[in-house]
Design a protein around this ligand. Sequence first.
Ligand code: ADP
Length: 412
Amino acid sequence: MKVLVLNSGSSSIKYQLFDMRDESVLAAGSIEQIGEPGSHLSHRVRTPKGEMAKTVRTLAISDHRQGFQLISSVLRETGALADTGELKGIGHRVVHGGEKFKEPARVTPEVLTAIRALIPLAPLHNPANLLGMEVAMESAPAVPQVAVFDTAFHQSIPPHAYHYAIPKKLYETHQIRRYGFHGTSHRYVAKKAAEFLDKPLESLNLISLHLGNGASAAAIQQGKCIDTSMGLTPLEGLIMGTRCGDLDPAIIFYLARETGLSSEEIESILNKESGLKGICGVNDMRTVGEMAQAGDPEAQLAIDMYCYRIKKYIGAYHAALGGLDGLIFTGGIGENANFIRAGCCQGLAHLGLEMDTGKNRGPREGCSAIESGASRVKILVIPTNEELEIAEQTMACLEADESRSTLCLRQQ
Ligand code: ADP
């Protein structure tokens, strides 16, 4: 019972092959720089001893079609997958599902057309995701394919939280509203938190903080997302590696007026030159932490601003949820940067959040709780696993399809 998960970018394809009987990873890897001189494949496969053996091959990979064929052949050669016929399904990460996709969808020509129609909302991501699906369908036509959307988990957000206070016509004609991203990760860690706390997810109010290069917060009420910090695009909300997050929109017009920069140039500054990089020159939180330790005031300011923004969201979502059971940290920064977790929770005892400094600093594996005995709210560090969540949702979608068709046959 094998499921292949594909995450296709404009010049890359990342993949993981799962054995869904025990959800173990049989192989994983990526193809990078497709169509460029340095194109290469990096592949890890589970050995009979259970270790992951790594190989890297530098070779000319001209397009995604060739990339997919290379993935199939390396999976075959390394014994992970005898044939694509062995696959129960292929799950694809799709960034934007708009308002149409509230659940994962079996990929059909109609679904591809609907995802294509959403390209204006995600011009960088949806075309690459589509290409990955088209190539996989051509190369393995007998294998069912499922699209799993980053936006789907946030489709439960109510209108008062997803509308912007702009003319309603702009929503009606241009679909301008809050969509949110990182949904697969927020959903996965919320489920894991419920498992870890041994409580039904439907009984919990959670705030999930996905802090990676991109970063977002989600307010989850009884298992359903009711608000999230990213908006129409991933630019809104928290401070990120190179993205500014929340901003007075008038800054854009002021900048255009004062500097003559084009809207593309301003967009590029806000997406690629801002956030941690804009404040202290570096976008990698590990380096920012080291610089702050060494006394760099700009790095310290970046950390202070980063944590302060998150604290404002914790306060806002605490109010929106009407009470909080757990705060979840995930993503590269959330899972590893104890100084950020400490900064985000500092001074929040009045909201019931009290961290145990020793537990926060200590080594960890898997899910862990880092609140003190006095804390009313659980503070959890949960490693995310978006690929596994996509594989699980792929299985669930295919099983639901199978049971629907069995029911149809019985009714005929
Ligand atoms: P992506 O969003 O690309 O998946 P990740 O979730 O891997 O990114 O997060 C990358 C971020 O995590 C980087 O800013 C990196 O510096 C940070 N990070 C990873 N390990 C540590 C660590 N030990 N201490 C501080 N930051 C870390």
